[in-house]
Design a protein around this ligand. Structure first.
Ligand code: SF4
Length: 470
């Protein structure tokens, strides 16, 4: 199973990759299916209305994660990578007023924003916690086309058939033909280390070779630099943000005020041993406040956990003088390699395995990226990822009011702090360590599988029920 660095890191919008970006992409895919000839269309049938039902975690926390807005905008033809966050309210208001969605290339369909987005909390779909069914209806209300999609984390969307094929490939590596054209088809950390040993290459160099099997170097480097620009842009917008976040919890944006305080402290020239930690936390919070406000972010590997990698990367560039452009690219390639291994063998979805799969994975990716950028060996890089992931094991997903705000924003700050600590610890060793990364990933998978549903992005347990929502 090959996951490109541009699948692990995707430019999109907040607040959630699985609950906002995935559903919007699913709506895009449904429109494409509708416009194709890939479905049996009875003679005389006219698609006149669309509707969608949301299931499982999407039904429980969809309002807080803006899933309803995402599918409405997606059915209007908006895409996560290009939608203008500042124009979304006006687009939805217009759809409400006209009672139609009018995507480009389609005739326009009746759509009632209240009645045609159904939050079905009674029935879950069998493939994944984040299931949704799209319907195209005839003029007499009969169903002409019905398609299930699953949003499996990080903005990835699969149909029910694709999900089955993906699960089979995951369980049976020999049947996976997706990696035939890449030189280093590692699926596990053990395979990655053994290929690094045989080839004498770093993890970043192997990942680069895999990517370059499918795209020219110039395109790869331009894309990597574009990701850094998007991550930096998100931090900078977050640092300018003011006021309270949307959703009704009245959570204050703090990154901007922190920036003023930390900048003043820096100018005073007084040594503060917490300074690097504070800047790191501030970078992460800036991203996650921007995400919670529905702004543009990079999934890394999800939106809920989008602050950890950019914060650690910015820390690397601002506090580690060795980090030039090549080190920055190596950071992202290495982080993507680790993210791909975790997604292949466990999950990066909070609805599937809890927050250990989101912030835990992001922290492991960031730790590996930082260790690589600072010249670590493949063994030290693997060690860094393992330390970071191990100390997120068991972490539940319990966002208050279904909003990606509390505990998510501060959790990213702490994920980044753990990533830096893990990289630093690993770089001071020789790479040998007690728990292999693969065993840690498998532990996360098993723990997630045993975790009660109320702790998996349903907001029916944990902090979500122990703090008064007012
Ligand atoms: S608690 Fe963690 S997994 Fe859940 S929404 Fe927040 S960041 Fe994502």
């Amino acid at each position: 199973m090959f996951l490109s660095v541009f699948e692990v890191f995707k430019i999109g919008i907040g607040p959630s990759s699985s609950h906002t970006m995935g559903p919007m992409s699913a709506a895009n895919r449904f429109l494409a299916l509708l416009a194709s000839n890939d479905w049996p269309r009875p003679a005389g049938a006219v698609v006149s209305r669309l509707s969608v039902s949301l299931h499982g975690s999407l039904a429980y926390t969809g309002v807080g994660h803006a899933t309803d807005r995402a599918v409405i905008l997606g059915l209007a033809g908006e895409r996560p990578e290009t939608v203008d966050p500042d124009a979304m309210d006006a687009t939805i208001a217009q759809i409400r007023q006209k009672g139609t969605v009018e995507p480009a290339g389609h005739p326009g369909y009746a759509f009632d924003c209240d009645a045609d987005v159904i939050f079905n909390r009674k029935e879950s779909l069998p493939g994944h916690a984040n299931g949704m069914t799209f319907y195209a209806l005839n003029t007499d209300g009969t169903i002409l086309l019905r398609q299930i999609y699953y949003s499996i984390g990080g903005g990835f969307v699969l149909t029910d058939t694709e999900l089955t094929a993906w699960q089979e490939a995951r369980n049976s590596p020999a049947s996976d033909k997706q990696t035939d054209d890449i030189p280093f088809p590692f699926r596990t950390a053990a395979e990655m280390l053994s290929m690094a040993k045989r080839s004498g290459m770093t993890i970043a160099a192997m990942k680069r070779a895999n990517e370059e099997a499918r795209m020219p170097r110039e395109k790869l480097d331009a894309g990597l630099d574009g990701l850094v620009g998007a991550m930096d842009g998100c931090i900078d917008r977050g640092l300018r943000g003011e006021g309270v976040l949307p959703g009704g919890l009245h959570v204050r944006r703090r990154a901007g005020q922190l920036y003023e305080k930390l900048s003043a402290a820096k100018l005073s020239n007084q040594f503060d041993p917490m300074m690097a930690n504070d800047w790191l936390s501030m970078f992460a919070m800036a991203v996650n406040e921007e995400n919670a406000a529905g702004g543009r972010v990079v999934t890394a590997p999800t939106n809920g956990a989008a602050g950890v990698v950019p914060a650690t990367l910015r820390y690397c560039r601002e506090f580690q003088s060795a980090a030039g452009k090549d080190a920055t690219r190596d950071f992202l390639l290495t982080a993507a390699a680790i993210g791909g291994i975790i997604k292949t063998n466990a999950s990066i979805s909070g609805a599937e395995v809890g927050c250990q799969g989101e912030v835990g994975s992001a922290s492991a990716m960031a730790a590996a990226g930082l260790a690589a950028a600072m010249g670590g060996t493949p063994e030290q890089v693997e060690n860094a990822a393992e330390i970071a992931l191990e100390h997120h094991l068991g972490m539940t997903c319990d966002p208050i009011a279904g909003l990606v705000q509390v505990p998510c924003i501060e959790r990213n700050a702490l994920g980044a702090v753990k990533a830096v600590t893990a990289a630093s610890l690993a770089l001071k060793g020789d790479g040998t360590h007690f728990v292999p990364l693969d065993n840690c990933i498998e532990t996360m998978r098993q723990t997630g599988s045993d975790m009660h549903e109320k702790y998996k992005e349903t907001s029916t347990g944990g902090l979500a029920v122990n703090v008064v929502d007012c």
